[in-house]
Write a protein that binds this ligand. Sequence first.
Ligand code: SF4
Length: 282
Amino acid sequence: MKGDVLKAKDYRTDLQPVWCTGCGDFGVLKGLTQALADLQVDPDRLAVISGIGCSSRLPGYVRAYSFNSIHGRALPIATGLKTARPELTTIVVGGDGDGFSIGLGHIPHAVRRNTPLTYVVMDNGIYGLTKGQASPTTDLEAKRSRGLAGADDEPLNPVLLVLSSGGGFVARTHAGNLPHMRAIFREAIQYPGFAFVHVLAGCVTYQPRGYADQLLERSYELPADYDPARPEQAAAAARDHRFALGVLYRRPVTERSEARGGDGHAEWMSPDDVARRDLPGE
Ligand code: SF4
């Protein structure tokens, strides 16, 4: 295998996904393996970490060091791994229930530490694995019409949340738009800090028929002249009732911080950086 050009299928394990036929997570698996092949990421230097839920099964299907961990704790586990093994490309995956309920408290801390992780959230607006309860992103109409708990609670806006926490790379894509998703994943994996990708994904079993198509109809791609370096523009796009797809915000990377593996916000330091740093008085 050494020296060969890897294709997307080379990043798959022999495990067959147990997702329902038509689940949006299939698209994410495909887009992710395509992006890994585009970047020729060495599978021996790749880690994929998840929490619990339907989408958190994804690490088992990727040829990598994989860990389907515990509910809501994928980010701290991945942060520990990346700190101990900074040479690993580390990707964190999970769903809206996992990431935005029990796992929510970890997001601002991952943002402020700015550890180079790619965090992909497959947001289908429902708890799928536990059979259809409202998640933090289930919309009001769905909750009211189906009598779900929290019928009057506004859904959380994940993109705005990460932006307001100070996220340096914030993007959104749709699981049914493979070329778009592939390009976004590629850019996120290459970003030298914490990168957040919100993926609009369908659940064909616990969301109404056509849900993924409705998400797509409510979406639009950011125009070619959109400048992702402007935070106020990104906040406006994040507040839009429609779903803006693309890189909403990308903090400019300075040469110095890029050389150190961070993007200049909270400068992430690997253990080697810590050992090498100049301390006051030295
Ligand atoms: Fe996908 Fe929904 Fe089935 Fe879970 S229950 S595998 S999210 S379609």
